[in-house]
Design a protein. Structure first.
Length: 405
């Protein structure tokens, strides 16, 4: 699907084991054992054994720099290899090779009937304020300057999404950093496999491709009391993607940009509540589409079309009358405990000392630019104006966006 980032899966993988750093028995351990054995041999007057052990310790000491270097290199090589293995799909995920094998779970709303020839958003947008030419002049391909009525609609959509997610669905609003260290991207599965899809600074920071990275890492390395869960976070942030694997796809218009805004949802919960939380999150995203009266359908992705960290994904696809097809506008995924090892765990209630990994979930609620595209196409009028959806009018301050000039 044109809006989905590059997704690559292998037929089989491990779960938390794939994200855990392997352990090695260093040469120093054998040196310490032998050193203790020397004392024991001397105590029993076994000088021959003591001499042999002393020679072994001396040889180990001499070879230690070389052996430790080999161990470190092997550890790095193994960790890198394990880090490229995707999450294991849940049992209810349909088997399949690509998007053609995804399953339509439900369709909501009927495509709008127009009494005139409908246009795509890149034909409607320039008169409303999508300035593709200036965006390219400033920054190159896949950048757009948004101005006038389109900028007002864009702002309104982001505010509406945050208000809905916080006020109705109980998510805590967060303003996170959009520059993060590599460890944060490693923890959520973007590194090392998808490094080419990211933007990196000259220092030790990366621009986030989604607020999932920042929000999920809020609890990285912590042990959480189960009574604290679920934690539900949302953030409206800029996101940055190089679209390295998207050459020639959606090069026109506002669909696939290097820089875009997105309202993201992240939940941290217990394994027994994970499935219910996944459904709850997906319904929150659906609620935004329902309030905007945009026709959409829910897709259950097959094994070959899911993202790297996902164990199950529901895509929401909005109807675009200009293209006469459904296009992805949100992905809601449960990652089970894949993003946690060896980080966050829960401490059960009742004073039990045993811990278990939490489950993490993430979803778009929604991508602002893509929602703007859907509004332009579904609410377009024959004269080139665009009706503002009822849910947005108090944010926009007008009922219709009219063409400039």
């Amino acid at each position: 699907m044109a809006w989905r980032r590059n997704r690559t899966r292998s037929p089989r993988s491990t779960n938390t084991a794939a994200r855990s750093r392997p352990s090695f028995r260093p040469a120093s351990a054998r040196r310490n054992e032998a050193s203790k054995a020397i004392g024991a041999a001397k105590a029993r007057r076994d000088e021959e054994t003591a001499a042999a052990l002393m020679a072994e310790v001396a040889a180990i000491k001499e070879r230690m720099p070389e052996v430790e270097g080999q161990e470190a290199a092997l550890g790095t090589e193994l960790t890198t290899a394990l880090s490229t293995l995707p999450n294991l799909p849940l049992a209810d995920v349909p088997q399949g090779a690509d998007e053609d094998d995804n399953i339509v779970e439900k369709t909501v709303g009927d495509p709008t009937a127009f009494g005139f020839e409908v246009r795509e958003h890149d034909a409607i947008g320039p008169a409303i304020g999508l300035d593709f030419e200036t965006g390219v002049k400033l920054s190159g391909a896949r950048f757009t300057l948004v101005r006038g009525g389109a900028a007002k609609l864009h702002r309104a959509l982001g505010q509406f999404m945050l208000d809905t997610l916080t006020g109705i669905h109980g998510y805590e609003e967060v303003v996170p950093p959009v520059l993060v260290r590599g460890e944060a991207l490693y923890g959520t599965g973007q590194l090392p496999k998808f490094a080419e899809d990211l933007f990196r600074t000259t220092g030790d920071h990366w621009l986030i491709p989604t607020a999932e990275v920042s929000l999920t890492n809020i609890v990285a390395g912590e042990i959480l009391a189960e009574r604290e869960l679920p934690l539900r976070f949302t953030a409206l942030t800029m996101c940055f993607r190089s679209e390295a694997g998207a050459a020639g796809r959606d090069t026109r218009g506002f669909i696939r940009q290097h820089q875009f805004e997105k309202a993201e949802m992240v939940s941290i919960t217990t394994p027994d509540q994970s499935d219910a939380e996944h459904e709850r999150m997906t319904q929150a995203a659906e609620d935004i589409l329902n309030r905007l009266a945009l026709p959409f359908r829910r897709m259950k992705l097959c094994t070959g079309d899911m993202g790297f960290s996902a164990a199950r994904t529901y895509d929401l696809e909005v109807w675009l009358p200009g293209q006469q097809r459904y296009r992805e506008i949100s992905s809601c995924s449960t990652c089970t405990d894949f993003q946690c090892a060896p980080h966050e765990r829960t401490l059960p209630a009742g004073g039990e000392k045993a811990t278990r990994f939490v489950h993490t979930l993430n979803g778009s609620g929604l991508a602002v630019g893509r929602t703007l595209v859907a509004v332009l196409e579904n609410y377009q009028q024959a004269d080139g104006s665009v009706v503002v959806p009822d849910a947005l009018r108090r944010y926009v301050g007008q009922d219709v966006l009219t063409p400039a000039g």
